[in-house]
Design a binder for this molecule. Structure first.
Ligand code: GH3
Ligand code: MG
Ligand code: MG
Ligand code: MG
Length: 338
């Protein structure tokens, strides 16, 4: 029966590395022989100090530890291993002639995984070692799985951050005008609807300035389409500089038309913004030989402001500003009409 058990145990243990600590040479020899026969790599230490040295230089998979030894007892060795992070997880099986319950309880309280009393039954020692090594191997597998899991989470977070960045870029691309980098008509419409509802609820005014470049067709004809593009870029950035209110939105409304949405602006406030925009564009001093109102590029502006009316769409505001822009064109251009 015992022979059959020993044979069964033999296969399962190849390659494991066990440190046997005992001050009695006969015990060391016996245990070493028994373990080597079953494929374990065995190291021995005849006292506690050498045991600690050996463990620190090369960690074993398991320690068989005698208790009664001169100098350092097995308990002391155990205590030192448990306070060191590098060695605290190595399974320790005490193997001792002490067989009082109190000795065993003390051993387990100190963190030992098992306790074998001498004289021991070899087959039982082997079975207990095998059981502890299996536990340890499972524990290591879990730790590794956990590490891999943490790594995966880290990588997923990284990928998500990247995706978010790409999405932001896409959103910016989808909402801004490619030529001038100000908001495009799409974003303008969205923000206009949102502000309309918000300010209707608050009973506050929403201001709008529409501007259109004067005689721009002839600017293109004289200076070329690329110069026309550049002119639009310069106008867009001076609009951005002129409009400092944090909630305002500068958008390219159409070809050479821009819209400035001014939440909470009364008509008087919106007119001030419109005038400062007109000044800024004039200060660009972009020569325009084809203009009939100035030697430089100018703009005309229509200004409107209203407290959003229930059951009316924001187009009401646009129509109003558009009519005033038309009036500005009709009455000579290079001006703002409110
Ligand atoms: P008005 O003073 O009445 O506004 O005269 P205008 O010539 O500016 O008016 P019109 O609407 O007839 O011409 C607008 C021109 O703007 C026509 C079009 O070629 C030009 N345009 C529209 N979009 C762009 C653009 O992206 N780049 C360039 N270079 N020109 C553009
Ligand atoms: Mg001893
Ligand atoms: Mg136009
Ligand atoms: Mg024009």
């Amino acid at each position: 029966m015992i022979d059959r058990l020993l044979l069964e145990i033999r296969d399962a243990v190849v390659g494991e590395d066990i440190l046997v600590v005992d001050d009695t040479p006969a015990n060391l020899n016996l245990l070493t022989q028994m373990l080597s026969e079953r494929g374990y790599t065995v190291r021995v230490a005849p006292n506690g100090h050498l045991a600690l040295k050996s463990i620190r230089s090369c960690q074993p998979s398991l320690i068989l530890l005698d208790i009664k030894m001169p100098d350092l007892t097995g308990y002391q060795v155990c205590a030192r291993l448990k306070i060191d992070e590098a060695t605290r997880d190595i399974p320790i099986i005490f193997i001792s002639a002490l067989d009082e319950v109190i000795d065993k309880v003390k051993a387990f309280e100190m963190g030992a995984v098992d306790y074998i009393t001498k004289p021991f039954e070899p087959v039982e020692v082997l079975a207990r070692i095998k059981s502890q090594l299996r536990l340890r191997s499972l524990q290591l597998q879990l730790q590794q799985q956990n590490l891999r899991f943490q790594q995966e989470i880290k990588e997923r977070h990284k990928a998500e951050a990247k995706l978010q960045k790409a999405n932001l870029k896409l959103t910016r691309l989808a909402n801004s005008d490619g030529l001038t980098q100000v908001a495009n008509r799409r974003l303008f419409n969205i923000i206009l609807s949102l502000e309309w509802v918000k300010l209707r609820q608050a009973g506050r005014p929403l201001g709008l300035v529409l501007c259109d470049v004067d005689y721009f067709k002839s600017y293109n004809d004289i200076y070329g389409h690329l110069a026309g593009d550049d002119c639009l870029r310069q106008i867009a950035s001076s609009l951005r500089r002129a409009v400092k209110q944090p909630n305002a939105l500068v958008a390219r409304y159409g070809g050479e038309e821009f819209a400035i949405l001014l939440p909470n602006n009364s008509i008087a406030q919106a007119v001030r913004v419109a005038e400062s925009i007109r000044d800024r564009v004039r200060q660009l001093s972009i020569p325009h030989k084809g203009s009939q109102v100035s030697q430089y590029v100018t703009i005309s502006l229509g200004v409107s402001s209203m407290i959003p009316v229930p059951h009316k769409a924001p187009e009401l505001l646009i129509d109003s500003a558009d009519r005033r822009l038309y009036a500005a064109k009709q009455s000579g251009r290079d001006r703002a009409i409110a």
